[in-house]
Design a protein around this ligand. Structure first.
Ligand code: ACO
Length: 398
C-alpha cells in the first residue's frame, strides 16, 4: 500500500462525510435495506412475511440468534423474556419522583439508564451469556417501564406484569387496567400492536442504532447504551416524528386545509412530518403495512377522522413535483400515530411505543458489535476550521 502521510506535517487523507451519507460504519448481517427498491429484510426474511406470519418475540429471537425459532424454542423464549418483566420495587420510587407532566421519553430514558445500577453484572460486556441475559432483561422490562411512566403521568397505581398474557397483551393490560381482573385487549388490537412492534424492531444503522454502537464501543453496559440510543430516538427528525405527525394532522384539521399546508412545506417554512427518509427513495415498505393495519384497527375502534387528512396529504404530495423530484414518500411514522391514538395511547407516549420494539434492534446490533473481529472504539476525526494558535491577551478579564 502506498503511504499517504509521507511527512510529519502532511494532513494525510481522510474522508469527510457530514451526516455520514456515504459512510458504512460497520459490517452487519442483521437487516438488509434497499432504499431505492423499497426493500426491508431481517436476517433475509422480507418484512411483509414477518408482519403477516410471525410474532414480535419470534422476531426478537431472529434478530438476536440469526434464525426463527421452532415451536419449542418459541415457547422457551417467551418464558425466558416474561421471566424478566418485573421491575425492582425501588424503580417505582424513582419513576414516582418525576412530575406528572414529565415527557414519557424522558422518564423511559432515565429509568432504562437507572437499571444499570440494579444490574452491576451487566458491566461484563465481554461474556456472551451475560450479554444475552441483559438483552432479555431489557426486552422484558421496557413495556413495564413504559406503562409505569404512563400511569405515573395519570396518577394511577402501577399494574404488575401478568405473564399469562402475550407480550403486547400484557403491555396493554399494564397500561389500561382499571378494575380487576384484567384489561381484555381486543385480539385485533393486540395483534396490530404486535405487527407495529415487528415493523419497528430494527432498521440498520439509523441515528439511534449508530448512537447505540458508538456508546457501546467504549464497552459501556447495555442499559446506559440503550438509554443513549433512546435519547437519539427522541428527536422529531427520528422517532419523535410519529408524535409530530399527529400534531401536524391536528393543526391542519380538515381536508380542505391540506393544499395550503403543503405550500408551506414546499416554501421550506416547515417540513411535512412523516415524509422523507435518508435511505428510502421509494415508498417505505413499513408505511404500506402500517396503512393496512390502520384499516384493521379502525374496524374495531371506529375511524379516526384525521386519516382523511393524512390520505389527502399523501395524495397531494405524491402528485407534486416538489416531493416527487426529491423522492419524498410517507415513512413508517406517517400513519402509525393514528393507530396509536385510536388504541387510546396519549400522543406523548408514541415515541416510547417506537423505543420498546427498537430496543430489540439496538441490542441485536450491540451483540453483533461485541463479536465483531474488527471491533474498535468509535472515534471519528474532524475537519478543523477554527483558529490557528493564538495567545491569551494580556487584558483578558481586565
Ligand atoms: N418535507 C419537506 N421537504 C423535505 C422533507 C419533508 N419532510 N424531507 C426532506 N425534504 C427536502 C429538503 O428540504 C431538501 O430539499 P432541498 O434539496 O431543496 O434543500 C431535500 O428534501 C433533502 O432533504 P434532506 O434534509 O437533505 O434529507 P435527509 O436525508 O437529510 O433527511 C429526514 C431525512 C430527516 C427523515 C427528512 O426527510 C425529514 O426531516 N423528514 C420529516 C421528519 C420525519 O418524518 N422523520 C422520520 C424519519 S423515519 C424514522 O426515523 C423512523
Amino acid at each position: 500500500l502506498r503511504q499517504i502521510k509521507v511527512q510529519a506535517d502532511d494532513f494525510g487523507m481522510m474522508s469527510y462525510d457530514p451526516g455520514y451519507l456515504n459512510t458504512a460504519s460497520c459490517t452487519s448481517r442483521i437487516t438488509d435495506l434497499d432504499g431505492a427498491k423499497g426493500i426491508l429484510r431481517y436476517r433475509g426474511y422480507p418484512i411483509e412475511q414477518l408482519a403477516e406470519r410471525s410474532t414480535f418475540l419470534d422476531v426478537v429471537y431472529l434478530l438476536f440468534n440469526g434464525e426463527l425459532p421452532n415451536a419449542q424454542q418459541s415457547t422457551d423464549w417467551e418464558q425466558r423474556i416474561t421471566h424478566h418483566t418485573m421491575l425492582h420495587e425501588k424503580t417505582k420510587r424513582l419513576m414516582g419522583g418525576f412530575n406528572y407532566d414529565a415527557h414519557p421519553m424522558g422518564v423511559f430514558i432515565s429509568t432504562v439508564a437507572a437499571l444499570s445500577t440494579f444490574y452491576p453484572d451487566a458491566k461484563d460486556v465481554n461474556d456472551p451469556e451475560t450479554r444475552m441475559l441483559q438483552a432479555c432483561r431489557l426486552i422484558g422490562k421496557t413495556p413495564t417501564i413504559a406503562s409505569y411512566a404512563y400511569r405515573n403521568s395519570r396518577g394511577l397505581p402501577y399494574i404488575y406484569p401478568d405473564n399469562e398474557l402475550s407480550y403486547t397483551g400484557n403491555f396493554l393490560n399494564m397500561m389500561y387496567r382499571m378494575v380487576e381482573p384484567r384489561y381484555q385487549a381486543h385480539p385485533a388490537l393486540e395483534r396490530a400492536l404486535d405487527v407495529l412492534f415487528i415493523l419497528h424492531a430494527d432498521h440498520e444503522q439509523n441515528c439511534s442504532t449508530s448512537a447505540m454502537r458508538n456508546i457501546a464501543s467504549s464497552k459501556a453496559d447495555p442499559f446506559v447504551s440503550v438509554a443513549g440510543a433512546a435519547a437519539a430516538l427522541y428527536g422529531p427528525s427520528h422517532g419523535g416524528a410519529n408524535e409530530a405527525v399527529l400534531n401536524m394532522l391536528r393543526e391542519i384539521g380538515t381536508k380542505d386545509k391540506v393544499a395550503d399546508y403543503v405550500k408551506r412545506c414546499k416554501s421550506g417554512e416547515i417540513r411535512l412530518m412523516g415524509f422523507g427518509h435518508r435511505v428510502y427513495k421509494n415508498y417505505d415498505p413499513r408505511a404500506r403495512i402500517v396503512k393496512q393495519t390502520a384499516d384493521e384497527v379502525f374496524e374495531v375502534t371506529g375511524r379516526n377522522p384525521l386519516i382523511d387528512v393524512a390520505m389527502e396529504l399523501e395524495r397531494i404530495a405524491l402528485e407534486d413535483e416538489y416531493f416527487v423530484s426529491r423522492n419524498l414518500y410517507p415513512n413508517v411514522d406517517f400513519y402509525s400515530g393514528l393507530i396509536y391514538e385510536a388504541m387510546g395511547f396519549p400522543m406523548e407516549a408514541f415515541t416510547v411505543l417506537f423505543a420498546i420494539p427498537r430496543t430489540a434492534g439496538w441490542l441485536a446490533q450491540w451483540m453483533e458489535l461485541m463479536e465483531d473481529p474488527e471491533f474498535r472504539i468509535t472515534r471519528p476525526r474532524q475537519n478543523y476550521q477554527g483558529y490557528g494558535e493564538r495567545n491569551i491577551p494580556n487584558d483578558y478579564r481586565a
